[in-house]
Design a protein around this ligand. Sequence first.
Ligand code: AMP
Length: 430
Amino acid sequence: MLKSVPGTNDIFSQSKEYAFREPVFRYIVETAQKVLASSGAQPIHTPIFEYAEVFQKGVGLTSDIVVKKEMYVFEDRGERLLALRPEPTASIVRAYNEHGMKVWPQPVRLFTWGPIFRAERHQKGRYKQFHQVDYEAIGSADPLVDAESIALMVKIYRELGLQGLEVKLGSVGDPEDRLRYNAYLRELFRPHVKRLSQDSQARLESNPMRILDSKDPGDQALLGELQVKPMLEFLGSESSAFHQAVQRYLERLGIPFHVDPSIVRGLDYYVRTAWEVHHRQIGAKSALGGGGRYDGLSEMLGGPRVPGVGFGIGIERVAIALEEEGISIPPDPSPDLYLAPLDEAAKGEALSLAERLRPKFRVEIGYSVKKVGKALEEALKRGARYVGFLGEAERQKGVVALKHLASGEQREVRWEALEEALGPVSGVQR
Ligand code: AMP
């Protein structure tokens, strides 16, 4: 029997794992949609694969995604290289440029949700295919837009009912600030190059800031000894003022956050604002989402210079946090009616009646002829409110023998009167 690839998951209502239950997934997506739509953002769906260059240029050649070959790259019938998206921002900025959205009222604010692919070693909270809700505000360089993005992200978590949130705000500065910081880091690490891990030695020239992200114990120890100054101390006057402005807006909105100098986002194209939202209870893989400003990205993709800011929320991580906090998602409602044909000729009538009652009511039918006792059992298994028997006698009279399962009460109801007999609709229609 063939099985799924480890690190990928089937998401369905009866999944043993809470994080992969479809109603949980849907609750997260629908809540995010509601919050983002109320801000006037519009949904967009881009293809799940693109020319590999979109991501190579878009996430940057020194990012883990490219360097550690976390991208699923394949040839399109022996022609160009394609890649499954390892993050959504580059695709959305590509679409912004391709469809001339620069002439729309700015910023253009878009959101999407769907699968993301990274060839990582999988563990709880880290998968090869996972899902994100993603929001992008493209076309404004105002710190107000950064603050609004952070506020929208926090609002989504709060609307979901999450409490153990930590908003960590940082700034990766402007490119000039980073040049100065990288020069400082190279000078600091060079005398100790032999103690650095191989990965970090490679990063020393290409992107020394990434050494600060290293999980290698040797690198960690060295970092502790060297007392590395944070990037935040190297911000120029403009990026520093920008960072302050974002903080003032967040304070005004009453959003708790703390400035965390260690936030260095893994993607190369970020400038200025970078943030992560963590959850206190979910352990090592605690990041529920992250975001940042990427003013240079559009140009890297061959478009005009267009500033932008956005975030990605990890849907599975949020599901794990919801479970941790004991937040239960209402299950999908059970059927209002299970309509059971008692003879072959009643099957067609059962289907027509069901079609007439749907979608106002949740109606399931028996697909094969059953005896009364067996039909009742099937209705109970499904947790239906009513079972309707439809046999020869009922058909002759144009009625259904309708039994209310909770009370056991049974009566004959004319077909035209079924709607009234079933009402009012129970629960929310999902
Ligand atoms: P990133 O683009 O790496 O900042 O990811 C944004 C968010 O997606 C993270 O904060 C996580 O919540 C989630 N995430 C990232 N990588 C994975 C993964 N491999 N499996 C599950 N969730 C992930």
